[in-house]
Design a protein around this ligand. Structure first.
Ligand SMILES: Cc1ncc(COP(=O)(O)O)c(C=O)c1O
Length: 395
């Protein structure tokens, strides 16, 4: 079976991890934490990077550090990983779900504009955007750079600035993805454009620490709040005295050692992902009914996962295709289930729109092919052959 993901570890991993073990620095207190944070901040092009235990806790920490809480609302895409609405709910705020762009699968700025115009009221006295249906204060928008392709950030940032919203980028799947912004002569990295960016380092991510995450920001104040809140908010005057409710989201030195070795090779890893995408494009283009992932002229994708859509002319359902690929020894994963269809949110979710048709359609048609960093050219060729054989096997 060709797995969906198999990680590659950096060349220095063993040496760095052994260093932790030999010196006994295995908790969050060791020097690899600082080195990993500094290297990652430089990679994203931001001032601060703060390690956490996962991408989920990075999102929660970022929202908490921005002061988001009960009575607040956060706009998120409907097609995303469950950690996104969970993180919003952990703060006591509620997620507002918007539909996504059919080509990039990302939060659609046109939907965001329509939602603000139709369903919100900006109160100049308090400088706050209120949701007319609920009376809640809309405090933030959380674009997710899904499967490694950047969102249309300029429009999202403009709308956010006009309406006093924080922008929390979820770059969990987009380490190194670039966006050609009208605001900058150089393309800007995913995670560097909002008030805060959040990353996951789960084992299937482009940079991994096994489990782990990072919050990045240019704001000294937000970084300081993240550092305090992730470490139980000990009072600066007296350790073990606490004035704020906080969390233990501390990464260990051993994980940071793995992460540092990964960041040292991140350019090579991203080049491998792009090479994988090129090989898949070459092997799979021209198959009727199979839509391949695109790269917008303003975006530079890192193809975290090679995500395809099974359309009507393919002649088989997405479920049939993935089952038959399994018979050919090719593992796959289907797209996320839309947030509004998650049983856990039946009472909690707030639709920003009456219907979310693009998200629903994509979730039924989409799946991704093996895309791990350890994938070989020979395996990619076998996957392409398997897809073609499945196409020919339709009734
Ligand atoms: C878009 C997105 N956000 C958040 C997360 C959560 O990250 P983690 O699994 O490290 O908690 C993931 C994880 O895969 C993700 O894909």
């Amino acid at each position: 079976m060709i797995p969906v993901n198999e990680p590659l570890l950096g060349a220095n991993t063993q040496a760095y991890v052994l260093d932790c073990l030999n010196t006994g620095w295995i908790s969050s207190a060791g020097s690899y934490i600082r080195r990993f944070e500094e290297a990652f901040a430089a990679f994203v092009g931001v001032k601060h990077a703060v390690t956490t235990t996962s991408g989920t806790t990075a999102l929660h920490l970022a929202l908490a550090a921005l002061g988001i809480g009960p009575g607040d609302e956060v706009i998120i895409p409907d097609l995303t990983m469950i950690a996104v609405p969970y993180a919003v709910l952990y703060t006591g705020a509620r997620p507002i779900l918007l539909d996504v762009d059919p080509e990039t699968f990302n939060l659609d700025p046109d939907r965001l504009r329509d939602f603000i115009r139709t369903w919100c009221r900006f109160d100049s006295a308090s400088n706050t955007l209120f949701h007319k249906r609920t009376g809640g204060a809309v405090r933030a928008v959380l674009p997710v750079h899904l499967y490694g392709h950047p969102c249309r950030m300029d429009e999202i940032l403009d709308l956010a600035r006009e309406n006093n919203l924080f922008v929390v980028e979820d770059a969990a799947e987009a380490h190194g993805a670039l966006y050609r912004s009208g605001r900058s002569p150089r393309p800007l990295p995913a995670g560097s454009m909002g008030d805060v960016g959040c990353f996951s380092f789960y084992a299937n991510k482009i940079v991994t620490t096994g489990e782990g995450g990072m919050v990045v920001t240019d704001s000294d104040e937000t970084a300081e709040r993240c550092r305090r809140l992730k470490d139980l908010a000990h009072s600066p005057e007296r350790r073990f005295l606490h004035t704020d409710l906080a969390y233990n989201y501390r990464m260990t030195n051993v994980q940071a050692a793995i992460g540092l070795a990964q960041v040292e090779e991140v350019d090579r890893f991203i080049a491998l992902k792009r090479k994988m995408a090129e090989a898949y494009h070459a092997g799979l283009s021209g198959i009727d009914g199979l839509t391949l992932p695109l790269e917008k002229p303003w975006g530079w994708s890192v193809y975290w996962m090679y995500a395809v859509l099974v359309e009507e002319p393919f002649g088989l359902s997405r479920e049939d295709v993935t089952a038959r690929l399994k018979d050919h020894g090719v593992d796959t994963r289907t797209f996320f289930v839309p947030v509004h269809e998650q049983p856990v949110f039946q009472k909690e979710f707030l639709p920003g729109e009456d219907a979310l048709p693009v998200s629903v359609a994509l979730s039924k048609k989409g799946f991704y092919l093996p895309s791990g960093l350890a994938l070989t050219e020979e395996q990619i060729a076998r996957v392409c052959q398997a897809v073609k054989a499945v196409r020919q096997s339709r009734p």
